[in-house]
Design a protein around this ligand. Sequence first.
Ligand code: SAH
Length: 245
Amino acid sequence: MLSNIRIVLVQTYHPGNIGASARAMKTMGLTDLVLVTPRQFPDPEASRLAAGAEDLVDTARVVGSLAEAVSDCVQVVGASARLRSLPLPHFDEPDEMARDLVEHAAHDPVALVFGRERFGLTNDEIRCCSHQVSIPANPDYGILNLSQAVQVLAHELFTAWRRRPGSGYRPPRPSQERQPTREQLGHFHDHLSRVMQRSGFITQPHARTEDQLEALFARAQPSRRELSLLRGLLASLESHLPEEK
Ligand code: SAH
C-alpha cells in the first residue's frame, strides 16, 4: 500500500535535498520517488545525503512535467507553506491528509508533491493537484527545509498506514525481549519450587507461597532472557545443595 504513495519533488535546486528526501522517505517505508526537471541530477551530493537510502536515489524517475509525474494518480496533494488563492480543498491537519491518502492508496496510485526551495509550486502546478496540505508551524517562521517537510508528511503517512486495521505492522522487537511461553514459565516455577523445597525454605509443597510468587512474576513479565538468567541462578544454587534423598 505504501508502494502506491509517490513522492514528487518539483525542480529541486540542491541535489543534497533530493538525497535527504530519499532518506526521509525510506525511514517511513516509502519507495516511489519522482523528480520533475531537477536542476542537477544525478549528483554525488544527492547520494551522499541519502546515506542508506541510495537505492531510492538510484531508482528515482526523472520526468519533464508535474502533469506527467501524476497522470496515473487518483489523488494528488500539493504541500505548501502558504495558502494560495486557488480554491482547492485544503487539509489543515496533516494527519487527516495522511488518512485520506492511505485510504486511496489501498486501490490506486496517489502522490504528494513538494515545490522548489525558493518559490514552492507555481499556480499551474497547483492546478495539477486535487488537494493542498500545510504543515502547521510557527506563524513567524513556518517554512521548513524541503527534505524536512518530506520527513514530517512521510511520518504522517507511515503513522496512518500502521494504525490502519489489518496493516500487520509490528514494531521491531529484539529477540531477547520476547515474552516466554506458558511452558517456559511453567518450567521456571517448577524449578523455583524444587529449589525452595530442597533448600528448606518450605518443607512441603506450599500452594499459597507458590501462588504468591507466580503472581509476582506474572506482574513483572520477565523476558525470555531474564527468565533464563533466573533459571541459571536457580541451577547454580541447586548445585550447592545436598543431594536429594
Ligand atoms: N519559499 C517557498 C517554500 C519552499 S520550501 C514558498 O514560499 O513557497 C520547499 C517546499 O517544502 C515547499 O514547496 C513545500 O512543498 C514544502 N514545505 C515547506 N514548508 C512547508 C509547510 N509548512 N507546509 C507544507 N509544505 C511545506
